[in-house]
Design a protein around this ligand. Structure first.
Ligand SMILES: Cc1cc2nc3c(=O)[nH]c(=O)nc-3n(C[C@H](O)[C@H](O)[C@H](O)COP(=O)(O)OP(=O)(O)OC[C@H]3O[C@@H](n4cnc5c(N)ncnc54)[C@H](O)[C@@H]3O)c2cc1C
Length: 137
């Protein structure tokens, strides 16, 4: 069962930053977060969705490289022509993660910030990292 929490979906980055206080957690695609909630790995007071922040989506070409927005999905990264041409390892690893459904929903920001995929951390164990955030594994 999921714990109780408040939910908000701000429409701007400024509003989002103002809502991100202690005890809140960012919700992007939700593919990792919902599992963490169900497993009791996180117990937020508030979930702040960043799904409405369109400026965080997509890939932009800059003079010195690419800028990949945090809400760009793994599928978009895997299929982007320029990433495939210039950053083949990134395109290949994004395209090999999880399953097509998860890659269509999961974002690159969420992938980088996902909680440890460890049996002890996710499971019903007295894991130091889970019990005392910041402690070494
Ligand atoms: C069955 C399964 C198999 C998987 N296999 C693989 C695999 O083979 N390889 C692999 O690399 N990954 C794998 N994953 C992980 C998957 O890639 C992530 O679940 C996904 O990328 C997370 O993105 P999301 O947008 O859904 O994040 P969410 O679930 O919304 O968030 C994940 C975490 O990141 C935080 N977060 C999200 N966005 C931001 C942001 N912009 N700024 C700060 N914090 C943020 C959230 O608060 C949360 O703690 C797998 C997941 C599942 C469920």
């Amino acid at each position: 069962m999921l714990p109780k929490f408040a939910y908000s979906r701000p429409m701007s980055v400024e509003e989002t930053l103002a809502q991100l206080t202690n005890g809140s957690v960012i919700h992007a695609g939700g593919t990792d977060l919902l599992g963490c909630l169900a497993d009791g790995v996180v117990t937020p007071e508030k979930m702040v969705s960043i799904q409405a922040l369109n400026e965080l989506r997509g890939v932009r070409v800059l003079n010195n490289g690419l800028r990949i927005g945090a809400l760009t999905t793994l599928s978009e990264v895997a299929e982007h022509p320029l990433i495939r041409e210039r950053y083949a390892a990134l395109a290949q690893s994004a395209g090999a993660a999880a399953s097509p459904q998860l890659r269509n929903q999961g974002t690159i920001g969420g992938n980088l910030c996902q909680r440890p995929r460890c049996w002890y951390f996710r499971g019903d164990f007295h894991c130091l990292r889970k019990m005392s955030p910041g402690k070494p594994c």
